[in-house]
Structures are given as structure tokens and as C-alpha cells.
Design a protein around this ligand. Sequence first.
Ligand SMILES: NC(=O)c1ccc[n+]([C@@H]2O[C@H](COP(=O)([O-])OP(=O)(O)OC[C@H]3O[C@@H](n4cnc5c(N)ncnc54)[C@H](OP(=O)(O)O)[C@@H]3O)[C@@H](O)[C@H]2O)c1
Length: 317
Amino acid sequence: MEDKKVIAVVGATGSQGGGLVRAILNDKNSEFTVRAITRDPQSDKAKELAALGAEVVKGDIDDPESMREAFEGAYGAYLVTFFWHHMSPEKELNEARMLAEAVKDAGVHHVIWSTLEDTRKFIPLEDDRMPTLQEKYKVPHFDAKGEANKFFTDMGVPVTLLHTSFYWDNYINFGMAPKKGADGNLAITFPLGNEKMPSMAAEDIGKCAYGVFKRGEEMIGQDIGIAGEHVSGKEMADSFSNLLGKKVVYNDVPPEVYRNFGFPGADDLGNMFQFYRDFAEEFGRKRDIEFSRSLNPELQDFNTWVSRNKDRIQVEE
Ligand SMILES: NC(=O)c1ccc[n+]([C@@H]2O[C@H](COP(=O)([O-])OP(=O)(O)OC[C@H]3O[C@@H](n4cnc5c(N)ncnc54)[C@H](OP(=O)(O)O)[C@@H]3O)[C@@H](O)[C@H]2O)c1
């Protein structure tokens, strides 16, 4: 135990970080051990991680000193930010800069920054195929993460840039489960056209990240992407129909309709799905399935994920 290298995990009680914590601690022969960073070491989720064998420490991204302390002596760090907790790309940029400085100062040897594309490199602000949001962004929760890559690279942090994918868990946690429409059909609704969306089980992000840490040195300086499957709206609806035992259809809507659905962040997500649709080739090329499986041999495809989670998907009839 004493000889094991410590991986400090931001968001350890959440989806991405939690997957990494479990991947490391479930591998009894791992060369690594976990330092789980949480705002509340006494929470049930934090106690669960402690019971699995994690060192649990207090850290709050709004308290930079606490994060600096949390990285002291760590070999590795998994860094994620929490856009949907505040929905401010400026705040996310500041958080990422602070995290980059903190891991640099602590001398962490291998950092994984959980990132996404800066979509403005594909569709500049003046391109009116997609509205500009918050004056400076196309897809705010993507753009800030992509822009933040430079903090790590400019500071010379030994980083792997890990481009993640849409979680299928959004069907459970993010209000995206099939819903009954005006025509009486259960439907999933996205402005994806007929394009395939690289996407994955959230738990597999952590497992892939574990694969990156295991490969070690060779991954430093790499800019990689992961997905469990590239799957179209119709294919997802067909899987739901087959595996949930209820007919589900795919409802393709124009991005401007999705942007106006009225829930917080609908404009950001409408632009995101349009980006998936309009830049499907480039976005997919970055997220090779066989590469992802080489990092995580247990990688799930969509059917496997639905089969394992069907009791948790609350269809709204
Ligand atoms: N949903 C998707 O499809 C998707 C896909 C790709 C990327 N993403 C990105 O993933 C990110 C979120 O990651 P996630 O889904 O793993 O998060 P999550 O499941 O929402 O959980 C995040 C964890 O972070 C911790 N946390 C929240 N605020 C914190 C703070 N101020 N300081 C320290 N820790 C804090 C919380 O732990 P404690 O309560 O224990 O402190 C929480 O358990 C977002 O930026 C999102 O854009 C999402």
C-alpha cells in the first residue's frame, strides 16, 4: 500500500471521477491508490469511497488553497470541472486555470484534464449557422473546456487531454429518458439528423482514464478522445424499443426548436447537438472505439448499457 502511487481525483463522488476511483480500487493489483477529493468527507458517497479503500480529503474548487493541498505528494491527478453547477464558461475557465496552477505547483507527474472541443475552431463566432451564446461562445460548456487546454500546455503540465463523450447516463440523470409526445408515441428528441453520436457509459470514462494512467509516460502530451459507440438517434430508439419492451421512436427536431425548449441550458445543448450533427465526421474521428477499448477492455456499447440499466431508465408515459 505504501509503495502505491497516489492518484488525486477531483469529482470523486461524481460520474467521471467516481468511475476512476472504482476502476483503481477494484483492481487489487493496481500500482495506484486513490485520494478522493470531495467538499464533504462525511457524505454517504464519500464514506462509500473510503470503505472501498480511498483516502478521502476535503477540497473545494472555490477554495484554491484546499485544492493545492489535495494534490500535494500525488503522482497523478484527474481533473474535471462542473459546468452544470453554475453554467458559466468564465467560471469554468478560471477553475481550470487554478487547477492547472495547483497541479503544476504540487509537481504532479501525470495529469488527465477532462476536456471537450473548442467548437469555435470549427464554427467561428461570425458563422450564423448557429447562434453565438453569452457573446463569446458557440457551445459554452465545450468551448471553455477546450480553451482551457492551453493553461495546461502553456504551463508545461505533464498532461493528457482526454476528450470525453455524451453520457448515456443522461437518460437516467439528466431528464432525457423517452417521453410520450403529443402523438402518443414514446420518443427521444434530439437535433441529430441521421448522424451518429459518439457517446458512452459515464462509468467507462473513469475506466478509460485508468487505462491512460496505467500506460503512463507514453500518454503525456497526448490529445485523445474516447467513446463506447457511435450511435444514431434511430439506433438508440430501436435499442430502447427492443430492450425496454416499449416502442420508442426517434424524433429529429431542428436545432432551433431544441434551443427553444425552455429548460436551463437548452440553447447550449441545442448548439451541442447541432455541432455533433454538422461536424460528425471530425468529432467521431477523434473518438475511436477500438482505441477506447484498448484503454478499457470492459467498454460497453449502447445495447449493453441499456440492458444493464433498464430498471433505472424512467420512461415518462
Ligand atoms: N453529461 C454528459 O453527457 C457529459 C459528457 C461529457 C462531459 N461532461 C462534463 O462533465 C462535467 C461534470 O462531471 P461529472 O458528470 O463527473 O460530475 P457530477 O457527476 O455532476 O459530479 C461532480 C462531483 O463534483 C463534486 N463537486 C461539485 N462542485 C464542486 C466544487 N465546488 N469543488 C469540488 N468538487 C465539487 C461533487 O462532489 P462533492 O459533492 O463530494 O464535493 C460531485 O459529486 C461537466 O463539466 C460536464 O460538462 C458531461
